[in-house]
Design a protein around this ligand. Structure first.
Ligand SMILES: NC(=O)c1ccc[n+]([C@@H]2O[C@H](COP(=O)([O-])OP(=O)(O)OC[C@H]3O[C@@H](n4cnc5c(N)ncnc54)[C@H](OP(=O)(O)O)[C@@H]3O)[C@@H](O)[C@H]2O)c1
Length: 227
């Protein structure tokens, strides 16, 4: 059955690949983009531009655009995020605040604003990062990103407690190590997967999500991760 799916942060990267794959399987995709969403003209995806997740005003405009479309949402996937690298002794606190605004407050602001469009059976996925896992932090560093994504994990778990009571399932998701603009300066050697591969895994996790499995932190490959 065709689903109405809102994907947030869809200008490029993993979210963009998610939109194109969902569109290809005939879901109705609404791509919320920070820019104007021009990249989608060939994909046939509906776009809403100017959605800055750090701005209450911009997110309110998103809500108005959804209301104008009369859209009950089956899924909301919050993917928008940024990575700024830092090291102890040289922390840029302004940049740390910026990452917190986007990575932590962004998904909360979007989830709160979109909650009226969700009902029993709807699903909310928040792409956080394994780097935000307290249980999995064996190497340290990346203060701003780790802290902001740990906060995003808490946002997801808290939203599970609030929304599952209404029959809405919530999951925190890690996409894997993915070759995107976000990771181009990431230190270390990793076997990066492509955005399309990450998108396939994330969509599979959303497909299988149900109330009984709400409130978990999952890798796109299906593994359950430590908070
Ligand atoms: N790539 C990885 O290996 C990896 C690993 C773990 C977690 N993640 C997470 O996966 C998500 C997607 O990352 P990606 O690799 O696809 O990165 P990406 O290619 O850099 O894409 C990030 C997306 O977020 C959007 N965005 C940035 N700031 C925004 C804002 N204030 N409001 C709305 N949208 C905003 C960007 O829009 P513009 O293009 O207009 O700037 C872009 O579409 C992020 O949350 C990231 O932390 C990625």
């Amino acid at each position: 059955m065709t689903k109405n799916i809102l994907v947030v942060g869809a200008d490029r990267g993993i979210a963009n690949a998610i939109c194109l794959q969902l569109q290809a399987r005939d879901d109705r995709v609404i791509a919320a983009c920070l820019g104007d969403g021009e990249g989608f003209t060939e994909g046939g995806v509906e776009t809403i531009g100017g959605v800055d997740v750090t701005s209450g005003e911009a997110v309110h405009k998103l809500v108005e655009a959804l209301a104008a479309r009369n859209a009950r949402l089956d899924w909301v996937l919050h993917v928008a995020g940024v990575l700024g690298l830092d090291t102890f002794g040289e922390i840029d606190y302004d940049d740390m605040r910026r990452q917190f605004e986007i990575n932590t407050l962004g998904p909360l602001r979007v989830a709160e604003a979109c909650a009226p469009f969700l009902d029993a059976g709807s699903k909310l996925g928040i792409v956080t990062s394994r780097v935000g896992s307290l249980g999995d932090n064996s190497s340290g560093g990346m203060y701003a990103y780790r802290v902001s994504k740990a906060g995003a994990n808490m946002v997801a778990l808290n939203l599970h407690h609030d929304l599952s009571k209404r029959g809405i399932a919530v999951v925190a998701l890690h996409p894997g190590m993915v070759a995107t603009d976000l990771t181009k300066d990431y230190p270390g050697n990793f076997n990066y997967i492509q955005p399309a591969d990450a998108a396939r895994g994330l969509i599979a996790r959303m497909d299988e999500l149900e109330l009984a499995s709400s409130g978990q932190f999952r890798h796109a490959n299906g593994e359950q991760l430590l908070w």
